[in-house]
Design a protein around this ligand. Structure first.
Ligand SMILES: [Zn+2]
Length: 480
């Protein structure tokens, strides 16, 4: 149906998590008092020399390995010259033609936006990953502007994708997968609110089936994955309308206004030659041996996709449940610890997805701060399976464990929540329910079977939820 083919490529900047900045020993820290984490190197004073951060380079190579890139055995840093009030030196140390990582890819198969159908099998190419230094952060006040150089010189990876995406959904999926990989490997937290992940979108339209690309337009100032999704949808419609009207598009950079839900012209794009790249004279090239690359490869964690697949195979989870549980590595680790202690891993998955994640969201806690250790969740599930407590009581116990800690057995004991399976105790409750509800007894006896559920409810209420439901049903049937 479509009149135009949509071509989307993403440039994602990821702040690398390290102790110190890229070329000096200042702390690489978010949220400190402005301009307190600075030195002559990251302030761009003349005569100072940069010293590369080994950990930032290691994590960049790790990011490359996690995304199936080839690692360059010979890389170098280059100067990228441009003027920006955020940049103290008027050049940025970046990488031009010999980045650390080249030609990778990630799978977005099965990922979904919101409640839409999962995406079909698809791999998105990664052109390159290079390392550079971050710029300062400027803040604009009503009558003045401030610049915070704490961010200047921080290690920043740029991950450039191939123009392989064709929709907002695919771009959203790509970002979700990329973020997950970065977090799994502890390369970055990718918190967009802290500027740890920033994304520029390149988008163009061309008549369906034509080979040559259309005019590329870059979108900037995108503050969340959701606004990226909205901005792409908006821009596809805008460009299509322009092309329909016969208006030529020009290569430009556009910003996104989230409140208005529209893009606006920022500037006409610089071309590459404007940057006047040349090899950074203050830094020697970086070389890697096979052994050094293998050593980093050996530290690679299991990828999120591999973990998802393993959970499906080893624990019998559905693809959907496995996806939810492997979204965050810490949640996946929690599940795995509890599941290995349980006779029913699927039950553990249900408890985590429906109860634990909800409680965590309500309390705004991370799973690392979860007051219920995995072993206690497994124990609670076993108590349901053994008939010691009902599923309903288990939820009560779980809430108590979450709020005040403690083992399930101790809570059941302290609160007297043991399931009542003593037939004489249940009998007296059944008798009481029958005596108190004569009208319903009449209904049941004249053929209304549904009233049985009403009596079950009454007995459960009288027992405060502790009566064994199977025994209650059997006894009611007998007595009514
Ligand atoms: Zn510094």
């Amino acid at each position: 149906m479509e009149k135009y083919d949509v071509v989307i490529g993403l440039e994602v900047h990821v702040k690398v998590r390290t102790e110190s900045k890229m070329f000096c020993s200042c702390a690489n820290l978010y949220g400190a008092e402005p301009n307190t984490l600075v030195c002559p190197v990251c302030m761009g004073y003349p005569g100072v020399l940069p010293v590369p951060n080994k950990e930032a380079i290691r994590k960049t190579v790790l990011a490359g390995l996690m995304t199936s890139c080839d690692i360059s055995k010979f890389s170098k840093f280059d100067r990228k010259s441009y003027f920006s009030p955020d940049m103290p030196k008027n050049y940025q140390i970046s990488q031009y033609d010999l980045p650390f990582c080249l030609a990778g890819n990630i799978l977005i198969s099965g990922k979904r936006f919101s409640d839409r159908e999962p995406l079909p099998e698809k791999s998105i190419g990664i052109t390159r990953i290079h390392l550079e230094e971050d710029v300062a952060k400027s803040t604009h006040f009503p009558k003045s502007s401030g610049i915070d150089f704490n961010r200047a010189g921080g290690p920043l990876m740029e991950i450039v994708s191939e123009p392989d995406m064709t929709s907002a959904d695919e771009a959203y999926a790509y970002l979700t997968v990329l973020k997950r990989i970065m977090r799994y490997a502890d390369i970055s937290n990718c918190d967009m609110e802290k500027g740890e992940l920033r994304c520029d979108v390149n988008i163009s339209l061309k008549p369906a089936g034509r080979k040559e690309f259309g005019t590329k337009i870059e979108l900037k100032n995108l503050n969340s994955f959701r606004s990226i999704h909205r901005a792409i949808d908006h821009e596809i419609a805008r460009q299509a309308a322009e092309l329909d009207a016969g208006a030529p598009l020009s290569q430009e950079t556009r910003g996104w206004n989230d409140d208005k839900g529209s893009t606006y012209l920022m500037r006409v794009k610089e071309t590459e030659s404007d940057y006047r790249y040349f090899p950074e004279p203050d830094l020697t090239p970086i070389t890697f041996s096979d052994e050094e690359i293998d050593a980093i490869r050996a530290e690679m964690p299991e990828t999120p996709d591999a973990k998802k697949q393993r959970f499906i195979e080893n624990f019998g989870l559905t693809p959907y449940d496995s996806e939810v549980l492997t979204n965050e590595k810490a949640v996946a680790d929690y599940f795995e610890k509890a599941a290995t202690k349980s006779s029913n891993p699927k039950q553990i998955a249900n408890w985590i997805i429906s109860e634990l994640l909800r409680e965590l969201a309500n309390s705004a806690n991370e799973i690392s701060e979860c007051p219920v250790p995995p072993a206690n969740l497994a124990e609670l599930a076993e108590l349901i399976n053994k008939g010691t407590i009902s599923g309903k009581i288990a939820k009560q116990v779980f809430t108590e464990m979450f709020q005040n800690g403690g083992s399930p057995a101790a809570i059941i004991e302290a609160k007297g929540l043991l399931q009542v399976s003593d037939s004489s105790a249940i009998e007296s409750l059944v008798d009481q329910a029958i005596t108190e509800n004569q009208a319903q007894v009449e209904q049941y006896r004249t053929g209304n079977q549904k009233v049985l559920q009403y009596f079950v409810g009454q007995v459960m209420k009288l027992s405060k939820g502790k009566a064994n439901p199977q025994m209650v049903v059997a006894m009611l049937k007998e007595k009514l």
